[in-house]
Design a protein. Sequence first.
Lengths: 381, 496
Amino acid sequence: MSGQASTRAVPIAASARSPLVSRLDRSAGAVFILPAVLVILTFSIFPLLASLYVSLTRLSFSEGGVHLTFVGLGNYAKLVVGIDRTHFIGVTVPLTPLTAAVLAAVYGGVVFLLVRYLRSPGRTALGFVGRLVTAVIAGTLVWLVVDTVLTSGRPGTLVVTLIYVSVDVSVQYVLALGLALLVVQHIPGRRFFRVVFLLPMMITPVGVAYLFRMLTDTSKGPLYPLWAHFGLTDVSWVTNPWGARLAVMIGDVWQWTPFIFIVLLASIESLPVELNEAAVVDGANRWQLFWGVTFPQILPATSTVVLIRLIEAFKIVDLPNVLTNGGPGTATESLTLHAYTIWRALDIGGSAAVAYMLLFVVTFVGITYVNLFRRRVTAMA
Amino acid sequence: MNRYLARAVVLVMAAGLVAACNSTTSSSGAKFSGTTVRVVTFTGPQIAEPLQRRAPDFEKLTGAKIEVITVPFSDLYQKLLTDFATKTNSYDATVFDPQWMGDYVPPGYLEDLTDRVQNDSALQWTDIAPFFRDFSATFKGRVYTVPLDGDFQMVYYRKDLLQRDGLTPPETWQDYINIAKHFQGKDLNGDGKPDFGSCLAMKRSAQSYWMYFSIAAAYLQSQGTKQGTFFNTDNMQPLTNNAGAAAALDIYKQLSKLGPPDQLNNDVGDSRGLFVTGRCALSLDWGDIGPLAVDPTQSKVQDKVGAVILPGSKQVLDRSTGQLVDCSSTTCPYAINGINHSPFAAFGGWSGAINKAASAKVKDAAYAFLSYMSQPAQSSVDVTIGKTGFNPYRTTHFTNLGPWETSGMSETAAKDYLGAIKASLNSPNMVLDMRIPQTAFYQQTALDTALAQFLAGELSAAQCMTQITNQWNSKTDEIGRQAQLTAYKSSLSVTK
């Protein structure tokens, strides 16, 4: 009753107002949102567009200021087909039987998925085009990784970053899940271990890099007695390309596993115990409990935390910069470090071009992940 | 109670009187009272240490407060340039690499100090060695910096070890390799652990790339300073892809395997630490190892270190053919015993400059501070302290042995050390470092990256030479070949 009364009263009140007040009322929403929009435009959209323009220019210093010369896609061409190609993409070589077999298997799988989609009842033209574009870009990236890593070629900063992201996030997830499952058990000292497992995340990445620099020093570091015991004092982690990459990846895994751990722990602890109890009554063993009951329930948290880590992992810079300065050679250089190295010599346009390439890759991986995995998981949940 | 009150009043009055006296004293002697000068330099401890240590003394003398801001070496160039170009002007003065004047002076970022140094009797301008006045301080005939450091690379060796094994200090790079091989893996400091033949800085994005040109210069430059080492002065073609560059790369690669296992990750601080703790028979470095080797707090090789001019070569590059030819009176007119030495004035020495956009009073205070740091009373002591990073650059630094002996260096060691620098400074074939627009790109980015890739095995010697040459040519064409050639030739036409 009261609701009807109030709806009747509103038009009467409104009609009594002046047109100015009514107009202000109508625009109140926009006025309240405007500050936030302005902040986003100023600090996010404008810099994004400005850096896009900078990536199409060459900067030089002249009396009284700077001068930007428009060079079109010159800075991008340098990275993809020009003088910085080997630095950015790497050195590719003709296919070997091994790489051909790997690529055939991967591409076969992609074609199978595309065909399956075409046969599915929910197919749409837009969905197919989206999947086709994804398949082409993903196929190119896979080819780059396979052809520079599994051959006598050499991975560039793009491939090195992709390796960091895929290996780091996978290992971090598996370790974090294991630790979270361990800590929810009723074991002595579990509160203590919860805190200990979180500590690496609290340390500044530069500190972690220095820590690992000392640990990997086989000739005088704190682990010297260990290396000496195994006769490894003449071996250097950080002067071998894969040793150095491994050191960077171990450091990153050590630092960021706690982030996934804490999210998964919260997710597991919030699960209702009734489902587990029902499964136990039905005779499920521990593996069946995990795979059939726990894991599906933590999938939404998994998909979110993996997405966050994927995006963050692409931006890795502190560890390779401090641990190896991107060396030996350019073996540990990530895309962000690549952009930073160029920027240091004030090739701002080239640096912005690398940053935009990173943005394209992150956006592609993020959108693909959301479309192909996260939505499905959320829908399942 | 009243008595206590009276005492308190007397105390307050007395304190006020003392404070008034103090303020009168400081204001009368403090020319720059209330002025703050923000000086930026690289993250020390070297270079920043003497500035920070002497800032309070300078403040007592003049009233000017000196704030020393430090940034990593690899960031200093762009930090300064972006600060100047964007008119942020957060730094009033800088102690920096004078090679960068080619980027800082033409746009008008640095204060012209010509009149100031000429009217400053306390600075004793003519006591500064001509090379540092002309190269480190002067750009196109005008003075823009006050030299605070003198930089030459030279070779250090363990005198005790070489004498024990009947070896002589290296004269050629092949000698250097042979001595390094002789000592590699042997215990050199009596701790029972195997040590290293040679310790060099080879880390990427650090100060390592100068070492390569210290080797290559012996092959690339033989006709005197004005011939130049980096580019052909006819057409600005880089001298980075020829038989001389290949020979230098070969030596550089061999040296990477005659040192500590993580040598590719060692910066100059690491290699210096290893040398003064007795773990290396040889090292190639600036003048810093000399004073560090007598520092009782860290050195285990006191009075055991000798220094010589950079080793040379019996073959040099024939620029018309790109091949090596034997030294003769024509091909190596400045050779000593048939060996061409090309001592490399790498870097040029840390020098102080002032931001033109600073206020007049701050500029005066900044200049007074730079002059104070360079004056013989301060600099003669600072160059004898290893951790300052400052090396001798004044005539009195070479002639007055008192401060060296006070620092703990024996007379023989001081003469040996200063002799190596003097031999470099007086060489008619001294190599000037690059000082053209975008020097930072040519050296810190293109050269540094290619050398790091070569050492890591990512590039062969031929690929490394091609990559450096292509990147240098690309940058030269981007800026303008003729403009760069003019700048390069201008940088070589210094009056020695």
